[in-house]
Write a protein that binds this ligand. Structure first.
Ligand code: ADP
Ligand code: ZN
Ligand code: MG
Length: 479
């Protein structure tokens, strides 16, 4: 059978670190980094006798995430111990939620080639993060840093509803965008604030049953998720094609070799010996509590997109691309509020700004200049102070050395030449140097005009006002 005869099935378990100020069961700070073991106390270091107290903000953020993804909120919920041994887990169990998660049965909608598609969310539960092992600068073993132990997480488990790598990518991007909008997580993947366990299987098209799945844990970049999935799909199909069987196992994705390796057999729920956490009381939520969070949900990407089409007359695609990123979208709105030119701001953000961000491998939030600077750049073009060609150069400089565009233009002498006398002087010089083009233009060959304007632009290093050059050439040559 051929590659096209197989269907891919993907389900994601996404962990998002919540941006609460303090940890889930103690008042230590959640701040990223810091000297090892400085954000710790007896509770998160698991000293005997230390007792956890649930941070209410964690419940609020999880409920917020549930409501933003269409989940039912469980009014009676509880915490459970998930037991396993690993040196970064000081209690030898993780406080998580087993059979009564805070949220369940939701969905996230994505756009596919065949239209909108709902990806089911099985559940969202709260749990604590583990510490971190540092294997590197210590020859004879590993050192543990517990700063991250006890940082609150939500785990968002999807249904196995995705059917391609593209769908998985879109789902994760959409989910990230929703979490950013409701401001429960900063979703910084490079800092591990958002990471995904990726489950994947293949089956022959038309088959009723799912194939056996493998899982790759803790993936934290879109690029490696895509690469890992593509590799794993090929590997699984090949195994099946050669009459082999897929083992249910946890794999490790190796970025350097671009391959997956077996890590361990898959654990079952029973291996974790879940039981209710005896040191914490059950979580009971009132209708008013839930309703209040619902009433205060901010605008979500979907409705913001619709509003941009209405209010700013952006196209579907433009609106979708800008609103996918909360940062970019907020940036856009602030800029538009100043320069009142939504189309121009949109074009700059989606073309040149996006291109430079891509080249420099920056996140949107790392754009080094402000929405005010963007608005100023656009106004300078509108006023004719600079040409749009020069504006592109100014933008490049703004990324290197974030100063006000007006200041950059002044310092580098980039102001557009719109003085009639100066334009005339250039035009006369170019006419004198290019008699052939001049007679071509007189003879009706319009292309010669473009050439002459081009020469004048070159002469002025792109600073002459092209409109004025055009008119001046015509006036002198064709009069
Ligand atoms: P566990 O919690 O033990 O990892 P779950 O049954 O809760 O296992 O499933 C975890 C994830 O795996 C879910 O996101 C689910 O959608 C996905 N999944 C389950 N079965 C398959 C399968 N056959 N192929 C791909 N993904 C799957
Ligand atoms: Zn602590
Ligand atoms: Mg799993």
């Amino acid at each position: 059978m051929a590659r096209e005869d197989y269907e891919t099935v993907i389900g994601l378990e996404v962990h998002a670190e919540l941006s609460t100020k303090t940890k889930i069961f103690c008042s230590c700070p959640t701040e990223f980094g810091g000297k090892p073991n400085t954000h710790c106390c007896p509770v998160c270091m698991a000293m005997p006798g230390a007792l956890p107290v649930l941070n209410e903000k964690v419940v609020e953020y999880a409920v917020k995430a549930g409501l933003a993804t269409g989940c039912e909120i469980e009014k009676d919920s509880k915490n459970d111990r998930k037991n396993y041994f690993y040196p970064d887990l000081p209690k030898s169990y993780q406080i998580s939620q087993f059979d009564k998660p805070l949220c369940k049965n939701g969905y996230v909608e994505i756009d596919t080639d065949e239209g909108r598609k709902k990806i089911g969310i099985t559940r969202i539960h709260i749990e604590e993060d583990a510490g971190k092992l540092n294997h590197d600068d210590f020859g004879r073993g590993s050192l543990v840093d517990l700063n991250r132990a006890g940082v609150p997480l939500i785990e968002i488990v999807s249904e196995p509803d995705m059917r391609s790598v593209q769908e998985a990518d879109k789902y994760l991007k959409k989910l990230k965008s929703i979490l950013e909008y409701i401001e429960v997580s900063d979703c910084k993947m490079q800092e591990g604030s958002l990471r995904a366990d990726v489950n994947i299987s293949v089956r022959k098209k038309g088959a009723k049953e799912f194939g056996t799945r493998t899982e790759m844990k803790n993936m934290n970049s879109f690029k490696s998720i895509t690469r890992a999935l593509e590799y794993e799909i090929e590997r699984q199909i090949e195994v099946v094609e050669n009459g082999g069987k897929i083992e249910q196992e946890t794999l490790r994705w190796d970025e350097v070799s671009g391959k997956t390796f077996s890590m361990r057999d898959k654990e079952d729920a029973q291996d974790y010996r879940y039981f209710p956490e005896p040191d914490l009381v059950a979580i009971r939520l009132s209708d008013e509590y839930i309703q209040n969070i619902k009433d205060n949900l901010p605008e979500l990407p979907e409705s913001r997109k619709e509003r941009y089409i209405e209010e700013y007359k952006l196209t579907q695609k433009e609106a979708r691309t800008i609103t996918a990123s909360k940062y970019l979208s907020d940036f856009f709105e602030k800029s538009v509020a100043i320069c009142k030119n939504p189309k121009a701001v949109c074009n700059w953000l989606l073309s040149d700004v996006a291109r430079i961000i891509n080249e420099k491998e920056l996140e949107d939030s790392e754009i080094p200049f402000t929405p005010e600077d963007m608005a100023e750049l656009i106004s300078l073009i509108e006023k004719g102070t600079i040409s749009s060609k020069i504006a592109k150069d100014v933008l490049e400089i703004m990324f290197e050395n974030p100063e006000k565009p007006s200041k950059i233009i002044e310092e580098k002498g980039l102001v557009q030449i719109s003085d009639e006398g100066a334009i005339r002087a250039v035009v006369e010089k170019i006419i004198e140097q290019n008699p052939q083009s001049v007679s071509d233009l007189k003879g009706g060959r319009d292309r010669a005009l473009g050439y002459l304007v081009g020469q004048a632009m070159k002469e002025t290093k792109g600073k002459a006002n092209p409109q004025m050059l055009n008119e001046m050439f015509k006036e002198i040559i064709l009069k």
